[in-house]
Design a protein around this ligand. Structure first.
Ligand SMILES: *Cc1c(COP(=O)(O)O)cnc(C)c1O
Length: 474
């Protein structure tokens, strides 16, 4: 029976069972044990909470590895069918740790980084430098020196100033450096739609009509090799249309650049969407890969040019769906709201984390899905808003979902699809220590990123080292 709740968004129907696990929303190995406890990677939520505390971010290791492997195979197969090849870079900004970087290289992926910290993490994990792509609109001179010194495979150049910096460093050291030139195609994609403009008003890359001059300059530099153009059109994209439009625009420039020398590569970025709720309907990665590669290949044959090697940079679609966050419920509070046709109730469920461990709802209004993880219940579903413990009314964890109406203090609540951009964007707001990240696989759990302690927070506070000085004293 599908009915509506007056406070629920149109996409959220009252479920028959507010404890079920929608297959694409939850990690591949998520299931309920006979007693109703949620288990991921064969490890029970109750055991995870006991061993590691809450909140805890739990990554289904096999799911991450399989997604990485599937993505690489999908793009390689699609490119090979059209007589070319594909490289997949994992966008480390989605979530990077030494372990995760190793899973990526095990699966044959390369790794993208966009800061000194991400670069050093990838190197510490043993990622071969030539498999690293280095991004950023404002790479410092010392970051560039370090990247060139260790021999990163490609630097994705973002400004004219950066080209001169790379030219100066490589002339001094005599080391060769391959670069891509990031362009703004004027196409910005988001979920099912894309918006195409002549000029995009944002900080990344070169406008298409400025990029030619940038490439000319790179081709004058003795130690710098131009590989091709780079374009990233957005995130959480479900269809191929935005990629097709963007590739078409970028290929026009690509074709002109071929007149001045080789252009062996084209990088189309990442942004493949995932299901945060059961209303999200992303295409399978194989279908996306085929659709995108075919669109680019068709465009190339229409122009009579060869299909270059293609590169892609997924982050979210590899780690996002494989992660869940476990919280413990502290308080619940029914709130009566005036709605069309009378008043209605929303149950606020407060948990022991929030915008410090997942800022996406506060930052982008992102939607998520929640379930009680420690038990099942046949209580009637209640419309809930899962909120955190921070001093902001926008501190929302899950804006809208249904949980069994008897949800109560002490219950564990799991939030799905938190593997990407939650731990990566975590903060210490309200002096809350950042939670651990735990990998689960085959019934075993291990910490891959240690949780912070109050001592970690106090260790940064320089006031403790300074001699105590009272006003008015000598
Ligand atoms: C963020 C980003 C990505 C990854 O985006 P996802 O949505 O995580 O796939 C890839 N490339 C660039 C340049 C990015 O900025």
């Amino acid at each position: 029976m599908v009915t509506a709740h007056p406070l629920a968004p149109a996409w959220l129907a009252v479920p028959d069972d507010a404890g079920d696990l929608a297959p694409r929303v939850w990690p591949a190995t998520a299931r309920r044990d006979a007693d109703g406890v949620l288990a991921v990677g064969g490890v029970r939520a109750t055991e995870l909470a006991e061993r590691f505390g809450t909140p805890v971010l739990v990554l289904d290791e096999q799911d991450v590895r399989d997604r990485a492997d599937r993505t690489r195979r999908a793009f390689s197969a699609a490119a090979e069918r059209r007589g070319s090849a594909a490289r997949v870079y994992y966008a480390g900004k989605a979530f990077l740790s030494v372990e995760v970087a190793r899973w990526m290289t095990d699966a044959g992926l390369n790794v993208d980084v966009c800061s000194r910290g991400e670069l050093e993490t990838a190197l510490a994990a043993g990622v071969a430098p030539d498999r690293i792509g280095f991004h950023g609109n404002n790479k410092s001179l010392s970051e560039l020196e370090r990247a060139i010194e260790v021999g990163v495979g490609t630097i994705i150049v973002d400004s004219a100033i950066e080209i001169e910096r790379i030219g100066a460093i490589t002339s001094r050291t005599g080391s060769a450096q391959r670069v891509l030139v990031r362009v703004r195609s004027g196409v910005h994609a988001d979920t099912h739609d894309f918006l195409a403009t002549a000029h995009e008003d944002q900080k990344f890359g070169f406008a298409l009509d400025e990029a030619e001059r940038a490439v000319e300059r790179i081709r004058e530099l003795p130690f710098v090799e131009f590989l091709g153009l780079h374009c990233h059109i957005g995130s959480q994209i479900f269809g191929v249309d935005g990629f097709r439009e963007s590739a078409s625009r970028v290929l026009e420039l690509h074709a002109r650049l071929l007149e001045g020398g080789p252009v062996p590569l084209m990088n189309l970025g990442g942004g493949f969407g995932i299901a945060y709720t059961r209303a999200d309907d992303p295409a399978e990665i194989e279908a996306l890969a085929e659709g995108i590669v075919d669109a680019v290949a068709d465009e190339c044959s229409a122009r009579g040019i060869e299909l270059p090697t293609l590169a892609f940079e997924p982050g979210r679609s590899i780690v996002g769906p494989a992660g869940i966050t476990l919280y413990e419920v502290g308080t619940t509070k029914p709130v009566t709201v005036q709605a069309a046709g009378g008043s209605a109730e929303r149950l606020y469920v407060a948990v022991d984390g929030g915008m410090s461990d997942n800022v996406r709802p506060a930052l982008y209004g992102a939607q998520y899905s929640a379930r009680i993880a420690s038990r099942v219940s046949d209580a009637d579903p209640a419309l809930v808003r899962v909120v955190g413990m921070h001093c902001e009314s926008g501190d929302i964890v899950v804006d809208n979902d249904f949980l069994p109406g008897d949800v109560a203090p002490g219950d564990l609540v799991a939030v799905a699809a938190t593997g990407a951009y939650s731990a990566a964007m975590a903060s210490n707001y309200n002096h809350v220590p950042r939670p651990p990240v735990v990998a689960v696989r085959d019934g075993r759990a291990r910490v891959i990123l240690r949780g912070e302690t109050i001592d970690d927070l106090l260790a940064r506070d320089a006031g403790l080292d300074a001699p105590v000085h009272h006003e008015g004293e000598e």
